[in-house]
Design a protein around this ligand. Structure first.
Ligand code: NAD
Ligand code: WQD
Length: 353
């Protein structure tokens, strides 16, 4: 609710995507009205139906490309009553960004610029931005804090996140916005309903969907990249966070900006569990909760991978009043349930013809 008692209205760009769709669910379940803008470049329109099925509320949905200046301007001009923006829309595949950097700079930065322009001209003063732990590279100190240095980006994708944070820092100061950049660690898992989840197109790059697709027989074998890292079992360590916990942090970030604890300028928060897990531990957790044994092959390191990283989450815990509640078993259980639901939908579709 806003100060005047009106239901607050939140623009969620990229709201049909993986993290965006879970966030829309959490927002609607807490009484916010949501407007999604998504060009479906990496998602499907039926996600909006699934959100409606989970929450009983159909979010307003606009299908257009946020890099389109005229369309974005027209959207903001005709939607003057927004209270906040959560900006997820971006391309996110690290390897693809190496092959086509201009597509990544173009999409990820232009969409941000168009959104900031819309905010400047037409109203909403609060922005939550999807940043990434990738900005830290391999930190010297663990757990990594928000004050740790941002390392030179290894990929164009990571570079867009660093540049976006700088664009935000200067823009919020100049135009009097409030903004929160959330540095996600490794989001995994799916909604407990198994109605929404991650939809990787083609062969997945990330560990969790590769695991579930291998278990489902869609990939022949899971390759573990690197067994000679300086970690307890030699495989690389990450801070995996359940996507529902992540989604709830966005609700907390909106509440902070629009509530009494509001600070001016840009604030940055790590979003993780604060615990690191090795690739081997993730596989063990998956096998334990699914009862499926994975076909695993150990191979060399993947170029660009860091050895180990996990978050100091005390700032987000204290300032946002938020804490990740779900553990690795919950993450793997929900990811597996989602993969099985996808398989059933695929089988149903092929049986129909
Ligand atoms: P996703 O691809 O599932 O969702 C992004 C959505 O944005 C998609 O639905 C896509 O169609 C839409 N989109 C992209 N460009 C657009 C444009 N120009 N106009 C309109 N819509 C557009 O990705 P996700 O995993 O949900 O990631 C959301 C955000 O979080 C991204 O900014 C990503 O970089 C960031 N992030 C993701 C991860 C992760 O591992 N998933 C980690 C850290 C940060
Ligand atoms: C996790 C671990 C791999 C696949 C990436 C982006 C990052 C962020 C999240 C957006 C690593 C290992 C993986 C496989 C494996 N995205 N692995 N076999 O690389 O930590 O982060 O996604 O912001 O920017 O870089 O995540 O899931 O790809 O890998 O052994 O088939 O699993 O080597 O140690 P990563 P990931």
């Amino acid at each position: 609710m806003t100060e005047t008692g009106r239901q607050s209205r939140i623009l969620v760009t990229g709201g049909a995507g993986y993290i965006g769709s879970h966030t829309v669910v959490e927002l609607q379940q807490r009484g916010h009205a949501v407007v999604i803008v998504d060009n479906l470049s990496n998602s499907r329109a039926d996600v909006v139906d699934r959100i409606a099925e989970i929450t009983g509320v159909r979010p307003e949905f606009h299908d257009f490309d946020l890099t389109d200046r005229a369309k974005t301007e027209a959207f903001f001009a005709s939607t003057p009553d927004l209270d906040a923006v959560i900006h997820f829309a971006a391309y996110k595949a690290v390897g693809e960004s190496m092959r086509d950097p201009l597509a990544y700079y173009g999409n990820n930065l232009e969409s941000l610029l168009r959104v900031l322009e819309g905010m400047r001209r037409h109203g909403p003063r609060h922005l939550v931005f999807s940043s990434s732990a990738t900005v830290y590279g391999q930190p010297d100190e663990l757990p990594v804090r928000e004050t740790s240095p941002v390392r030179e980006a290894w990929s164009p994708y990571g570079s867009t996140k660093q540049m976006a944070e700088q664009i935000l820092r200067f823009s919020v100061a100049a135009y009097g916005f409030k903004a929160v950049a959330l540095r996600y660690f490794n989001p995994v898992g799916a909604h407990e309903s198994a109605l929404i989840g991650e939809l990787p197109l083609g062969v997945p790059n990330n560990l969790a969907p590769f695991i579930t697709q291998t278990a489902a027989g869609r990939q022949e074998c899971l390759e573990v990249f690197g067994t000679d890292y300086g970690t307890a079992d030699g495989t690389a360590v990450r801070d995996y966070i359940h996507v529902v916990d992540l989604a709830r942090a966005h609700v907390a970030a909106v509440a902070r900006m629009t509530g009494e604890k509001a600070r001016s300028g840009l604030e940055v928060f790590n979003l993780g569990t604060g615990r690191g897990h090795s690739v081997r531990e993730v596989i063990d957790a998956f096998e334990r909760v699914s009862g499926v044994r994975l076909n695993v092959r150990y191979v060399g390191r993947r170029p660009g991978d860091v050895e180990k990283v996990w978050a100091d989450t005390s700032l987000a815990n204290r300032e946002l009043g938020w804490k990740a509640e779900r553990d690795l078993d919950d993450m793997m259980r929900s990811a597996w349930k989602w993969e099985q639901a996808l398989s059933r939908r695929r089988d149903g579709a092929s049986a129909r013809g």
